[in-house]
Ligand binder design. Structure first.
Ligand code: SF4
Ligand code: SF4
Length: 106
């Protein structure tokens, strides 16, 4: 089980959650952040600090964003488990589900 970042983060990515994560498992894509499903220790520290309520425990992910579970998992297909987001830095791409979204700015 893991925490998942969903659509409200797209084009916001203020990174408030990154500062809370004790294991540095929240990785930065181009338009959204992604939680590494194997590195996340399910502590829940990131969830309350997100200003747009984009972070959910896997089982609590709203139905309309259910695809984001797979987006968070698949994002790491070719990255494997780097063991820390800060040393990887920004990753200049997104999962196709995110990349195809129109600009989300309000
Ligand atoms: S639940 Fe904890 S370990 Fe998982 S991403 Fe959030 S802060 Fe990091
Ligand atoms: S705190 Fe929320 S909006 Fe900000 S980067 Fe994290 S998931 Fe995205």
């Amino acid at each position: 089980m893991t925490y998942v970042i969903a659509q409200p983060c797209v084009d916001v990515l203020d990174k408030a959650c990154i500062d809370e994560c004790p294991v540095d498992c929240i990785y930065e894509g181009d338009r959204m952040l992604y939680i590494h499903p194997d590195e996340c220790v399910d502590c829940g520290a990131c969830e309350p600090v997100c200003p747009v309520e984009a972070i959910y425990y896997e089982d609590d992910l709203p139905e309309q964003w259910s695809d984001f579970y797979k987006a968070n998992v698949d994002f790491f297909d070719d990255l494997g488990s780097p063991g820390g987001a800060s040393k990887v830095g920004k990753i200049d791409r997104d999962h196709p589900l995110v990349a195809k979204l129109p600009p989300q700015a309000e």
